[in-house]
Write a protein that binds this ligand. Structure first.
Ligand code: ZN
Length: 473
């Protein structure tokens, strides 16, 4: 099986190949914790989780790291050398709290949402403030190698020292200079240079380092340093939202390549933004929804997980409450697969091998979709089409048993389908077996007891020449 992935760096879909056989090292840019993430933020995090799930399905061991940015992410972050306020500190002032209280509080909410959405735990969730030493070390190395320079207590990356700068985003250094989206700063050698380390006595979260008394890291160097510390100089996949392409990931690529002497990541993958009510969500429209908002409307977090993963991660998808209602009924049908399979598995008589082609179609369709750059619409359609032959009773017991096992694995990748055999059905099957055994042993009292227990559960039995058939009354 070939897993094709779209690489933002090459703009191509190519077969995935890991650096080390059977192992994938993956870094996902996580949230900046100055507010509870909205549902749009989770599209990127769920995409990373889906990717991990699919790699595991394919047999890889995945070393996954997703960071938490708790310092240094400034408000004007669409330019490489961001200006403005530290997002965390600005929120701290609004809430009249200490910045650490802000990051602790919102980190807890983020983790609560992630758990509710069924996101697998990564190997590590590093917080930027815990890796200051590693960042300083990397910045010093960049100065030593001539890729960065100090002006007073500030340190800047020299973009002209890395000719590939702009390869990921398509931005050329000269265009950046000509454009307006650049921070004017007299002390920089080139207007497109960006800060690796900033000095500001008024900053609340600051560290005394070789660069001076009151410094803090730039947002970009944080991820370069944390990825290196936890995954090494070379990783397979780096993900983020489409807004991370420039400047964040462009700058990470430059810093890491220059400091480590090797290319940071083989594949750069980016999830598109979520649209809400057909447009950008906004406070003025009142549609900046969070996970608790969705739950308050009577949906389960897994409905939201389905809604956010139902579209291919690189295509635009929309969120509305009407779509959530559709999701609810689609998920009911998908949940029914395990119920129908469980019943088919327990059915006596008929050809146990019947309907093998339906299982093959479901499995092949699902795998083909996922292998095509995580094309979830194709994968989901294959699962949804598997329901019809089950309703028609076209799947035999042996095939159903195999399908249940496979559905469990597919469900684990997606993370929103109920795939375990319904508890009640397992119990019913067990009682029917007890009754059969008792009858065979001519223990009529025990056989009647089993029958009574089934009747009490609302189960009707019918003895047929092919064995016992049951149904709910
Ligand atoms: Zn990052």
């Amino acid at each position: 099986m070939t897993f094709l992935v779209h690489n933002t760096l090459t703009k191509e879909k190519t077969p995935f190949r890991s650096i080390e056989e059977g192992v994938v090292r993956m870094y996902n840019c996580g949230p900046t914790v100055y507010g509870r993430p909205h549902i749009g933020n989770y599209r990127s995090f769920l995409f990373a989780d889906l990717l991990r799930g699919w790699l595991e399905y394919l047999g890889y061991t995945v070393h996954q790291v997703m960071n938490i940015t708790d310092v240094g992410h400034l408000t004007d972050d669409d330019v490489a050398d961001a200006g403005g306020d530290d997002k965390v500190e600005a929120q701290a002032r609004r809430e009249k709290k200490d910045p650490r209280e802000i990051t602790e509080g919102y980190t807890a909410m983020f983790l609560e949402d992630m758990a509710a959405l069924g996101v697998r735990e990564p190997k590590a969730r590093p917080r930027a403030t815990e890796y200051i030493d590693e960042m300083v070390e990397m910045v010093e190395r960049l100065i030593e190698l001539g890729h960065a320079y100090r002006v007073g207590d500030n340190v800047y990356f020299d973009v002209t020292s890395f000719p590939e700068y702009g390869r990921l985003s398509g931005n050329r250094i000269d265009d950046l200079e000509a454009g307006k989206r650049i921070e004017v700063n007299e002390e920089k050698r080139h207007p497109a240079d960006f800060a690796l380390w900033k000095s500001d006595p008024a900053h609340l979260m600051k560290w005394r380092t070789v660069f001076g008394e009151h410094g803090f890291p730039g947002w970009h160097i944080e991820c370069s340093a944390m990825a290196k510390a936890l995954l090494g100089d070379r990783i397979d996949i780096h993900t983020g939202g489409e807004d991370n392409v420039f400047p964040h990931h462009e700058c990470e690529i430059a810093q890491s390549a220059c400091a480590n002497g090797v290319e940071m990541a083989t594949y750069w993958m980016h999830a598109k933004f979520l649209q809400v009510d057909g447009g950008k969500m906004s406070k003025s429209l009142g549609n900046v929804y969070t996970v608790p908002d969705v739950v308050a409307r009577g949906f389960e977090p897994r409905h939201l997980r389905f809604a956010l993963l139902r579209g291919h991660y690189r295509t635009q998808i929309n969120f509305t409450w009407a779509i959530m209602e559709e999701i609810r009924s689609r998920l009911e049908n998908l949940d029914e697969l395990a119920v129908l399979l469980s019943r088919a598995k327990g059915a006596e008589g008929g050809d146990p091998e019947a309907g093998r082609e339906h299982l093959a179609a479901a499995r092949d369709g699902f795998e083909a979709g996922m292998n095509d750059d995580l094309n979830t619409p194709v994968a989901l359609a294959a699962l949804e089409q598997f329901r019809r032959p089950l309703l028609d009773g076209a799947v035999g017991s042996a095939v159903a048993s195999e399908a249940l096992e496979w559905l469990g694995r597919a469900g684990e990748v997606l993370g929103f389908i109920e795939t375990s055999e319904p508890e009640a059905d397992v119990e019913i099957e067990a009682l029917i077996e007890q009754r059969n055994a008792a009858k065979a042993a001519k223990d009529w009292a025990a056989a009647d007891a089993a029958r009574d227990a089934l009747v009490a559960m609302g189960i009707e039995l019918q003895d047929t020449p092919d064995g016992v058939v049951w149904r709910r009354r």
